[in-house]
Design a protein around this ligand. Structure first.
Ligand code: UDP
Ligand code: MN
Length: 395
């Protein structure tokens, strides 16, 4: 065929429509590819939002769009979607794997933490790459001896949270744990309430996955020895034996008093439930931790600690938080602790007559942790338990 007749043929209406069809298929193909494949590779996390954006702390507001009543937004890659559908349980077939060794082989012992940026000197970004959205990890080559939920009562300490989550991912992977980090944040304008957030975090973790151990963790506490295994015991465990913020008489890192159990504690589901969790009525700073010590004791349990030099923590220095002022009524509320033990605690969020109402404004599967935003009505809770708050000015 000579060139002239070839080009004539090409521009005949039959060839043109064939070309046109090919073009359409190509365009549709590209669009389909874009719709089906692109989202599974690029989307950051899943969000559901109930309610009003003004409830969010300042740094979170601009990230949300499309707000209306009870909207449900889900962005997810495929693994994460499976994870959501499975309620956070991994459905990988691990029948052939052996249990991880009793003593994890990769531990270092005493950890050096860089005082300028608070990162561990052996920090390895590989550990961050291995984390699944929502802050979840499970060892590849063995079955973890503990499935640990880390629960961080939280508000507005972004810098601490960034430091702590990196620190934990690095170390908990060396400890060969299966774990997930939950950050439970309290919506404004309510005063901070650490106990209530711990309870809700515990229940949320139980709902999300199959955990054998629950660790309530301050956002500013960094373990300084990786032999401090984030596992539970036959009794509730206080994982802190000393903190850089408390010095003993001979200038060692210590605790302020013997029964002190703040900072980091580890309990099984049944231990936490037996103590009926934390009291929910301490708004502002102080009291909820000593109250919990009493609850554990009254439930015939006792806090145990690791060896003295293993439970040392670096306390990241900070100022007082404006929405967590010292609670002047805390001593009186603590006096009435026994009277409240069975009537309020973690059972306050089950369906019963004494139920405490709360709202779950948002849940996000973020890159290094799962974040939930909780709202409660402080005045309503205080009114609900007014008979059980002791003498307001007891000292
Ligand atoms: N917390 C927070 N934001 C606040 C107040 C408290 O995230 O505004 C959390 C955080 O996990 C913190 C813990 O509650 O580590 C205990 O509070 P704080 O650090 O003020 O107590 P302290 O340093 O006196 O033990
Ligand atoms: Mn602190």
């Amino acid at each position: 065929m000579d060139l002239a007749s070839w080009s004539k043929n090409l521009f005949s209406s039959k060839s043109l429509s064939t070309l046109f069809l090919i073009l359409i298929f190509a365009i549709v193909g590209v669009i389909l590819n874009y719709m089906l494949l692109w989202p599974s590779a690029n989307v950051a996390h899943s969000v559901y939002i109930h309610g009003n954006v003004s409830r969010l702390p300042k740094y979170g507001r601009d990230k949300f769009y499309n707000i209306s009543q009870d909207i449900f937004l889900l962005h997810s890659d495929k693994d994460d979607l499976a994870d959501l559908v499975a309620g956070g349980k991994t459905n990988r077939n691990r029948a052939n794997l052996k249990p991880c060794p009793e003593t994890p082989p990769g531990l270092i012992g005493k950890i050096t933490i860089n005082a300028r940026n608070f990162t561990e000197s052996v920090t390895n970004d590989d550990s961050l790459r291995r984390v699944v959205y929502g802050g979840r990890y499970s060892p590849d080559d063995c079955v973890a001896r503990e499935r640990t939920a880390i629960i961080i009562p939280y508000r507005d300490r972004e810098d601490h949270l960034d430091i702590l989550t990196r620190h934990l991912h690095n170390i908990l992977q060396r400890q060969q744990l299966e774990y997930r980090i939950f950050v439970i944040e309290m919506a404004l304008p309510t005063q901070f309430n650490r106990g209530l957030l711990a309870n809700i975090g515990f229940l949320f973790a139980k709902e999300t996955g199959d955990f054998s151990c629950f660790i309530i963790h301050d956002v500013d506490a960094l373990m300084m020895n990786d032999k401090n295994l984030y596992r539970c015991g036959s009794q509730p465990r206080h994982l802190v034996t000393g903190s850089t913020k408390f010095r003993t008489w001979n200038d060692e890192y210590g605790l302020p008093y013997g029964s002190y159990m703040s900072g980091v504690i580890a309990l099984t589901d049944s231990q936490f439930t037996q103590a009926n969790g934390f009291s929910n009525v301490y708004f502002g700073w102080g009291g909820e931790d000593d109250d919990f010590t009493n609850r554990v004791q009254r439930a015939n349990m006792k806090f145990e600690r690791p060896e003295k030099d293993i439970g040392i923590y670096l306390a990241i220095p900070h100022e007082t938080d404006s929405t967590n002022p010292k609670n002047p009524a805390r001593f009186g509320i603590l006096d009435a602790s026994a009277a409240r033990q069975t009537i309020e605690g973690v059972n306050s969020f089950y369906n019963n007559r004494q139920k405490i109402k709360y709202k779950r404004y948002a849940i996000e599967y973020r890159r290094y942790y799962t974040w939930i935003l909780i709202g409660v009505n402080e005045a309503a809770i205080t009114k609900q338990y007014e008979k059980y708050l002791g003498e307001p000015f007891a000292v």
